[in-house]
Structure formats: C-alpha cells, structure tokens
Design a protein around this ligand. Sequence first.
Ligand code: HEC
Length: 198
Amino acid sequence: MNRLLILLIGVLLISCANNNESEVPGLSKTERIAAAEFGQSMVKIGFSALSSELKAQISSKGMDSAIYACQLKANPIIDSVAKASSTSIQRITLKTRNPLNKPNKEEKQLLRLMQRAKKANEKLNPITFLIDSNTIAYYHPITIGPMCLNCHGEPGVSMQASTYETILSAYPMDKAINYKLDDLRGLWAVKFDKSALD
Ligand code: HEC
C-alpha cells in the first residue's frame, strides 16, 4: 500500500462517516456492496465465536481463568474462522495486549484517523478498499462495551486491581487498559481475494 492509498483512506473515512454510498477505487458498486457484506459476515462469525467462549469462561470459571483462556484461544478461534472461509482475519489495535495483534504501518494510520473521527464524535463506519489488484480489505471498528471494561478498563476503578495483576502476569507488556465506555478499541481486519465474491 502506498502513500496515495493512505490519502484515500483519509478521504474515504470522511466520506464513509457521512455517506455509506461512497466509492471505492477499483471496485464497482456491486463489488463494493458484496465485499462489505462478506467482510461483515466474517466479523459476525468471529465476534460470536469469541464472545460465546468469553462469556462461557467468565460464568463457569471466573475472570482470571477467562484471561488465560483468551490467551490460549482468542487468535486460534479467529484463525479457524478465517481458514474455513479462505480469508485472513485479525483484530488490530494501537494499544496491544497480545503483541501479535499489532497493525502494519498503513493500518496504524487508519486507526489514528478513526480515533480522530471518534474524538470528533463522528459515527464510525466499516471501511472497504483494495490493497492490491486482487485483495480486498474490510476494516470494522471495535468499540468498548460494559463487559469489556472488566479487562480493558482502568485498574482499581472500572476494572478490579486483582484482574489487572492476572493480566500483567500473562501479558507483562500489556497496553490495553484505561479504556472508557464506547472508546475505539481497535479494528477487525478481514482480507480476502476478490474472487471470494464470485
Ligand atoms: C476476561 C477478560 C477480557 C474481557 C472481558 C475482554 N477482553 Fe479483550 N482481551 C483479553 C485478552 C487476555 C486479550 C489478549 C488475547 C490474545 O492473547 O490474543 C484480549 C485482546 C483483545 C483484542 C485484540 C487486541 C490486543 O490488544 O491484543 C481486542 C480488540 C479486544 N480484546 C477487545 C475486547 C472487547 C471489545 C471486549 C468486550 C466485548 C473485550 N475485549 C473483553 C481479555 C479480555
């Protein structure tokens, strides 16, 4: 991805925030709609797989055990959804808990732009574009809900201090705390071949 695309992201972001009908260079309108639907369906599957595992762990074994279960299972669960659909699926963020979820350079720009839009109280919409002639990327904002604060909130305030201790023992380099309700936590990044839409 080059500088031009980074600029385009900015333009798209602004137009997406105001208008769902915005154009995606290199994709027809039909392809764009199909790509966004496909991306969204992947996010739905990934999200429900993760959240059902998380809820089951929290209710049966408690918060600490859910943290270790996340460490062991979150990315493998996402990878298995991706493999089943021949896509690549990640969750990326500027403040990582698992360093494997780091964005690339261009994605970092995108996250910063989204964060700026969020601060300006703009509604964040998913964004679709071509990253090369064959590959479509679909990015879907992840925001913080009440349940998320248990493990991504402010230690000793919106998150129990003891939970934070467990997190630090599992992730000594953790940066994924101090979020508030409705903050932008990161993005689902779904990448797939254009032929997936045929
Ligand atoms: C039980 C504690 C717990 C709860 C509740 C929780 N998370 Fe997490 N979260 C984690 C752990 C642990 C990881 C690291 C997983 C890994 O190693 O791949 C993580 C990773 C993430 C990541 C990947 C980026 C990164 O920093 O590694 C995102 C995005 C995320 N969480 C969002 C959320 C959202 C949104 C919610 C609420 C719907 C939520 N989390 C609820 C513990 C939790």
